[in-house]
Design a protein around this ligand. Structure first.
Ligand SMILES: [Zn+2]
Length: 143
């Protein structure tokens, strides 16, 4: 059953700093998933459950074994890391919100704040891309 609402949109695999540093060890050659996992210090299940379904470059040989090219993999991880930086890693800027229609962070037009609870405001605005309604929560008092 699909999860209906997540507070934080799923942004795909994430990598720790130590793992990113280890990418430098990967060579211009093909690795088995278990070898890649060893090299960068992750569990091999992450390769199968997270990386491959999320677009990690790989190939299957005729025996259905998966091979991952070291430097291509490193490039892919760096792309993900860059992308994750731009995705609502939060904090968003004051005038930004997540647009459900555009599936990305957008600038809010005509933002206005309304108090919905003690120390919790909702900012309502319009998506600068699709003009749909966007809103976000903000803690703090109404100015
Ligand atoms: Zn939008």
């Amino acid at each position: 059953m699909p999860q209906l609402r997540r507070f934080k949109p799923y942004t795909g695999p994430s990598f720790r700093r130590a793992q990113i540093i280890r990418l430098g060890r990967l060579l211009d050659m093909e690795y088995k998933p278990s070898e890649i996992a060893d090299e960068i210090g992750i569990d091999v299940s992450a390769v199968y459950q997270s990386y491959l379904p999320n677009g990690c470059p790989h190939r299957r040989d005729k025996n259905n074994h998966i091979w991952i090219h070291g430097t291509s993999f490193a490039g892919w991880v760096k792309e993900i890391v860059e992308r994750n930086k731009k995705v609502p890693g939060f904090p968003l800027d004051e005038d930004e919100a997540w647009c459900v229609k555009c599936c990305k962070v957008v600038t809010m037009l005509d933002p206005h704040e309304r108090k919905i609870k003690t120390n919790l405001n909702m900012i309502y605005g319009k998506c600068s891309v699709c003009s749909g309604k966007v809103n976000r929560l903000k803690s703090g008092k109404v100015k």
